[in-house]
Design a protein around this ligand. Structure first.
Ligand SMILES: [Zn+2]
Length: 404
């Protein structure tokens, strides 16, 4: 019986140790560079335990020692530094947009090593998009280091996604209903790693929260503009999913019940006033520019007054959301970032006019710190989860022996 107890305890200790290895690696992955002293404080473990965990991660090749960091000027011993080895492991991040697919090879620490992009025809068939992804994946993997291990695939889609089974329930701007897109991509790619799929705004929110405009912020909303409008919500540091994981369909908030018909089937959704079609109409551009509206706005040299009514609608809609969810930061992504660059004062004035003094007091409205890569980086973060949950399980062999 004693032997059984010891085995049980040993197994439990091993499970705790593997969990702690993941936690240390997650921290180094997020910060890219840290000190053992900082890890000791954050994880509430003693120095020798952290030293042992760091040594194992060094053996796995995912971290290396860096220049020691002094905790206080001139006081105490400098603490050993630890930095991520980006090239040891990578993920494939796939950003499916309405008009294009971008695939990135992203190294540990979310280092976007290489990207490739192909434009899509209107309302592309899922199989066509998956075939396009296969070509882009081959291109970005071509010069991957042989010591670098593929550990996951992350896919972003502009639509309502059920993450549990990888189903795209509804992506109106792609014309997709009930498409098992993660399974389609997995079959075509034939790579033996986890494939995760999520809504583009949810992934943008995740990326900006982890390493963008919302670092150290627990309440954040990322609003994506990619033909349609969606939102990813982080509240109390966690993504807000709702009962079915579909929360954040901000573009279809009922904004003007007497308004224009929306392609979702309803009438007067917010998207009919602030979506790409409405903006193209406001600046007198043909509506076939909607898929590239961000670049159209970036080059816009017409009268800014033509965008003021749109800016008011953006601000009023955001005020509703701010009153409801009390975020610290609202990040405007996609073409909304381009719009924000042009008419920020008008957007802010409309937000202030509609927001109550409590929820509005700590509010910051900004653009993605990760720029146009926010969604791609979010897809990469999701794809790294398997590795960060159990580094030994994924890479449990000496560095250099794994190459695929
Ligand atoms: Zn709608």
């Amino acid at each position: 019986m004693a032997g059984v107890t010891r085995t049980g305890t040993g197994t439990n200790q091993e499970a705790v140790r593997r969990h702690n290895l993941g936690t240390v690696l997650r921290h180094v992955h997020r910060t890219r560079s840290t000190s053992r002293a900082s890890l000791t404080t954050q994880m509430a473990l003693n120095r020798s335990t952290i030293g042992g965990l760091a040594a194992t991660l060094e053996e796995l090749g995912v971290v290396r020692r860096s220049t020691p960091v002094s905790s206080r000027a001139g006081a105490g011993r400098p603490s050993a530094g630890l930095e991520v080895v980006s090239r040891r492991a990578y993920v494939l991040a796939i950003d499916v947009g309405v008009d294009r697919v971008v695939v990135g090879r992203v190294g540990l620490g979310c280092d976007v090593e290489v990207k490739a992009r192909v434009n899509l025809p209107p309302e592309p068939a899922p199989e066509h998009v998956a075939d396009t992804i296969v070509g882009l994946v081959a291109a970005v993997r071509a010069d991957a280091s042989p010591e670098s291990t593929l550990v996951g695939v992350g896919i972003s889609v502009p639509g309502v996604v059920r993450e549990a089974d990888g189903m795209v329930v509804f992506a109106p701007n792609l014309g997709w209903h009930e498409v098992p897109f993660a399974a389609i991509v997995r079959e075509k790619l034939d790579l033996d790693v986890d494939h995760v799929i999520a809504n583009d705004a949810d992934l943008g929110a995740r990326a900006e929260h982890v390493r963008g405009a919302g670092v150290d912020v627990d309440h954040l909303i990322y609003v994506s503009g990619d033909v349609g409008v969606g939102a990813g919500v982080i509240t109390a540091g966690r993504p807000l999913g709702g009962a079915g994981g579909f929360a954040g369909e901000l573009g279809h908030m009922s904004y003007d019940p007497q308004g224009l018909r929306c392609h979702c089937g309803s009438r007067g959704c917010w998207e009919t006033q602030v979506g790409a079609v409405a903006i193209a109409r406001a600046i007198g551009a043909p509506t076939d520019v909607v898929a590239t509206l961000d670049t159209v706005l970036d080059d816009f040299d017409g009268p800014l007054e033509s965008l003021h009514e749109i800016a008011r609608h953006v601000g009023h809609g955001l005020a509703n959301v701010v009153n409801l969810l009390n975020p610290q930061v609202v990040v405007l992504g996609g073409y909304l970032a381009s719009l924000h660059r042009l008419v920020e004062p008008e957007i802010l004035a409309a937000v202030r006019a509609g927001v109550m003094s409590g929820p509005g007091s700590q509010l910051r409205v900004t653009r993605p710190a990760l720029g146009g890569d926010a969604v791609l980086v979010g897809a990469a973060e999701a794809a790294f989860e398997s590795l960060l949950a159990d580094p030994v399980g994924m890479l449990g062999v000496p560095a250099g022996a794994v190459a695929r």
